[in-house]
Design a protein around this ligand. Sequence first.
Ligand SMILES: [Zn+2]
Ligand SMILES: [Zn+2]
Ligand SMILES: [Zn+2]
Length: 110
Amino acid sequence: MPDRPMLKCPLCPQKEGPYYSHTSSLLRHVQTKHYTPTSYKCKSCGKFYHRRDNLLTHIHLHHGGIEADAPNLKERLDPPERCPICQIPLGSWGKFKKCIVMHAILDEEL
Ligand SMILES: [Zn+2]
Ligand SMILES: [Zn+2]
Ligand SMILES: [Zn+2]
């Protein structure tokens, strides 16, 4: 049976998945769960939040800020310095994604 390749997130510890049949959905998972290329930053204290509503709560509780400021707070983050699995130096999100996809496939073949 010609099956599509199954990809497993190499950053999730459990053996039983989640599995993905497309690199795009694997990468979407990696970038929401493990490494986000953008993040919401509190301008008052520099704390990062992956979700806008979490930042809004933070601003409200700690700084009494205006919620309308929040859409401008999204910042592009640097990719991890090294691959979390094989430790090779990265330098761009493109390299990071390639490495993650490669590990996802290798993991499946084991
Ligand atoms: Zn994962
Ligand atoms: Zn803050
Ligand atoms: Zn790697």
